[in-house]
Design a protein around this ligand. Structure first.
Ligand SMILES: Nc1ncnc2c1ncn2[C@@H]1O[C@H](COP(=O)(O)OP(=O)(O)O)[C@@H](O)[C@H]1O
Ligand SMILES: [Mg+2]
Length: 263
């Protein structure tokens, strides 16, 4: 009977090995199907619940603009158009997050590495949030590293990562809070910190914040579908880096990221 050697040197009949392989494939298939079903549940929950809200706002606002019974002034019309714009941007972000979630679940979040300077991207992300922070009465400061942080990384994905984290701080902090973004180089790694004095995260929740199921099913959410941190960790992992979070309720939250620098 044809046979081949196991790793431990023992002999196993081919038919037995085929049977074992078939059993493993069936188990893996079942696991994949379960993962697929769970992913579908999440997408359905997001589409049926979270996406309906901005869509409803767009629908009612457009209906109002089209209805001659409302005699809106130019200023009022402009305000309503801006509302439509904001809500369509929100829908667009939700769709991008769902697409990224699907890519991550399939293990296919590909990155396109180019020569970049990390501190320039951090500054861009901070600048993008300056007016929102000012409007909410938050302090937002950036302390760059003393040397340029050159890396081979995906520009758009890193910008998305920094914007997700700074955006969360802006979203969860209240007037009088402050957000500090800092970076430094140690060895051949870039260390980035985004720290705020906001509401913090409960100790029980902390181990689950990078999990899509935990975030997507949170009850007391503000705008957002709870995928930001899951995607952020996916981006850091795809770059061979690390992301950690320390947080104390009522004291604040700090995200620390380590990314490899160009050699
Ligand atoms: N800076 C922060 N301060 C307090 N809580 C935060 C902060 N960042 C994230 N969180 C918590 O982690 C959860 C998941 O964040 P995220 O995945 O970005 O989803 P979303 O922003 O859509 O709620 C948030 O809903 C919030 O409870
Ligand atoms: Mg978020």
């Amino acid at each position: 009977m044809p046979c081949f050697f196991d790793d431990d040197g023992g002999e196993t009949a081919v038919t037995e090995r085929v049977d074992r392989a078939e059993n493993l494939a069936a188990e893996a298939g079942e696991t994949n199907l379960k993962a697929l079903a769970a992913a579908l549940q999440d997408v359905l929950a997001i589409v049926s619940h979270d996406m309906r809200t901005p869509l409803a706002v767009i629908h009612t606002t457009t209906s109002m603009l089209l209805n001659p019974k409302y005699q809106l002034s130019e200023a009022q019309k402009r305000e309503q158009h801006e509302r439509i714009k904001r809500n369509s941007e929100l829908l667009n972000r939700m769709i991008s997050d769902v697409v990224d979630m699907a890519k991550l679940r399939a293990g296919k979040l590909s990155i396109d590495p180019q020569p970049i300077i990390i501190d320039e991207l951090l500054r861009e992300a901070v600048t993008a949030h300056e007016s929102a922070a000012r409007e909410k009465g938050l302090g937002l400061t950036y302390e760059p590293a003393t040397e340029s942080m050159r890396a081979q990384a995906d520009r758009a994905r890193l910008l998305q990562l920094f914007q997700n984290l700074i955006g969360n701080s802006v979203k969860f902090c209240k007037a009088g809070d402050s957000i500090r973004v800092g970076s430094h180089i140690r060895g051949n790694q870039a260390f980035i910190e985004i720290a705020d004095t906001g509401p913090g995260i409960a100790a029980d929740d902390l181990p689950h914040i990078f999990d899509p199921n935990f975030s997507a099913r949170q009850k007391h959410r503000k705008t957002g579908i709870g995928l930001g941190l899951y995607i952020s960790k996916g981006i850091v992992d795809a770059h061979g880096g690390q992301i950690l979070c320390d947080s104390q309720p009522d004291a604040g939250t700090r995200f620390s990221i380590a990314l490899p620098l160009a050699t």
